[in-house]
Design a binder for this molecule. Structure first.
Ligand SMILES: C[S@@+](CC[C@H](N)C(=O)[O-])C[C@H]1O[C@@H](n2cnc3c(N)ncnc32)[C@H](O)[C@@H]1O
Length: 234
């Protein structure tokens, strides 16, 4: 994902594709990332309190949340993506999610949209990392693949007619693979939903305690005024 070809695509270059390890290629879905699309609404509605959009790309979700008055920060390793987000009116920083992240331990919502649970190719490592970014009562909202899809990691690279990028690892996690992943990370599935043809889960730290857990989460939804203030010092 990272690299000159992603930068080119973000600048509007046509013909950038994602190549899979088996040689299959598909167009990089830039249009999906540049404007809100079906399935985004439910994700945005569930962002309560200070929200960190991890791998925010050109920032459609970051910008939409800022417009709703939600304290939000997008982080992305691609400088051009961060610049586009800022130009569009969303706060964003060029940061690696595995590096120093502002507000660590205080985020109410961490977003892993557009399959970003795949970042780094090790979903357990990523989930543990983002769980550590949360504050009390926080949740990770992740977009996953449909039930029945395989959960696995593969190398991907970007290519165009002119250039080929470096391979990078990317993980795929299906909706029915989430409970095992969550348990491995000492997390619980608080909610799962489908909107349009997209699948999402909400995860929170700690093992599932059915009834009490959902009541607690509902209480936070009803009292947004109790959310901690967001300070972006590191
Ligand atoms: C599938 S795209 C997501 C697009 C984005 N959610 C949007 O709304 O446009 C994945 C994004 O994750 C970013 N990314 C990849 N590795 C990252 C890392 N370690 N930390 C932060 N961002 C990362 C990429 O630069 C890319 O913008």
């Amino acid at each position: 994902m990272i690299g000159d070809l992603y930068d080119e695509a973000l600048r509007g270059a046509a013909g950038v594709e994602i190549e899979h390890a088996d040689g299959r290629c598909r167009p990089l879905p830039m249009q999906d990332w540049l404007a809100l699309r079906r399935g985004d609404a439910g994700l945005l509605d569930r962002c309560t309190g200070a929200t960190l959009d991890v791998g925010s790309g050109p920032g459609r979700l970051t910008v939409a949340l800022a417009r709703r008055g939600i304290p939000v920060l997008g982080i992305d390793v691609a400088e051009r993506a961060v610049a586009l987000t800022i130009e569009a009116g969303g706060p964003a920083l060029c940061r690696d999610v595995f590096g120093r992240v502002p507000g660590t331990g205080r985020w109410r919502t961490v977003l892993l949209a557009d399959g970003n649970i795949g970042i780094g190719g090790d979903p357990a490592a990523l989930l543990r990392r983002v769980l550590a970014l949360l504050g009390p009562g926080g949740r990770v909202l992740a977009e996953v693949e449909p039930p029945g899809a395989p959960s696995w990691t593969e190398p991907l690279r970007l290519r165009s007619g002119r250039a080929v990028g470096e391979w990078f690892p990317w993980a795929h996690v299906s909706a029915d693979g989430v409970p095992v992943l969550a348990a491995a990370c000492r997390a619980a599935v608080a909610e799962q939903w489908q909107e349009a043809d997209r699948w999402f889960v909400a995860l929170r730290p700690g093992f599932a305690k059915a009834g009490r857990a959902s009541l607690k989460s509902d209480r936070h939804h009803r009292h947004p005024q109790s959310l901690p203030q967001l300070h972006l010092d590191e």
